[in-house]
Ligand binder design. Structure first.
Ligand code: ADP
Length: 249
């Protein structure tokens, strides 16, 4: 397979206003094709920094990131991105936003731009909202639209940085179920960043635990064996406890 993500000894030191800021150090882990891997860590542990380096939005100052044996040198159509603030274009409809990426690279094989837009909107349950503008949508719908836009060019990898951090708890639970069914249906590789431990345990095959900043990988923990997951199960509680143990005084 071509889309394994590999970080080897990755470090990042920013040129801060008051001198160098070391955000992450010696970060090494891999995400296999089709896996759902979450990076979890406290605020300031460098999760977003690691995410931005994998996305190609930022360059590492040490080590290397490869996707499918190619070094990452910038953003690419192999990695769709979803952020906390959906960053939809306010002047485009939902369908217009999903169409955006396709206008540059064209639709995947065997489909048209229109067909692809419709497919992605139905994947995220927004078929009826195609002609609405972002300002007319709820927070949850905006995040769905952001996911549809990221999926439009059919990237093998989805990179998600705290995508549900600003939606309410009930909407978040719905979005979790929907994301897992999209993942199962599309077989994407997902790298998901969050500070929400329960979210990480609910979603992930494996959880990469970052230390306090400058962040490094302190453990990689397998998610509970069952899917769909039962948050009241012993296995769920144990996994959550194992992650939490790194953040308790
Ligand atoms: P997290 O996502 O875990 O909250 P970040 O990656 O956002 O962590 O930040 C890690 C550290 O790097 C923090 O100390 C933050 O202040 C610093 N940092 C992040 N971006 C920059 C930047 N562009 N310039 C200087 N320092 C930064």
């Amino acid at each position: 397979m071509t889309d394994t993500i590999r970080l080897a000894g990755v470090g990042k030191t920013y040129d801060g206003e008051h001198g160098p800021v070391r955000a992450i150090r010696h970060v090494s882990f891999a995400v296999d094709p089709g896996e759902f891997v979450t990076v979890v860590g406290p605020s300031g542990s460098g999760k977003s920094t690691a995410f931005r380096i994998i996305a190609g939005l930022e360059t590492a100052t040490e080590g290397a990131v490869e996707v499918g044996d190619e070094p990452v040198t910038g953003p690419g159509p192999d990695r769709g991105m979803v952020f906390q603030d959906d960053a939809l274009f306010p002047w485009r409809t939902v369908a217009g936003n999903v169409r955006y990426g396709l206008e540059e690279v064209g639709p995947p094989p065997d489909t048209t731009v229109g067909g692809r837009v419709d497919h992605c909107l139905s994947l995220v349950g927004l078929a009826d909202a195609a002609d609405q503008y972002p300002r007319e949508l709820s927070g949850g719908m905006r995040q769905r639209a952001g996911i549809a836009r990221a999926l439009a060019v059919d990237p093998p990898i989805l990179l998600m940085d705290e995508p549900f951090a600003s939606v309410d708890a009930r909407t978040k639970a719905t979005l979790h179920r929907e994301l897992l069914s999209i993942w199962q249906e599309t077989q994407k590789t997902i790298l998901f960043v969050t500070h929400d431990i329960e979210e990480a345990v609910y979603l992930s095959d494996r959880i990469v635990v970052f230390s306090e900043g400058p962040g490094t990988v302190v453990d990689v923990i397998d998610g509970p064996p069952d899917r769909p997951r039962d948050k009241t199960s012993e296995a769920f509680r144990e996994t959550k406890g194992a992650v939490l143990s790194y953040f308790e005084e």
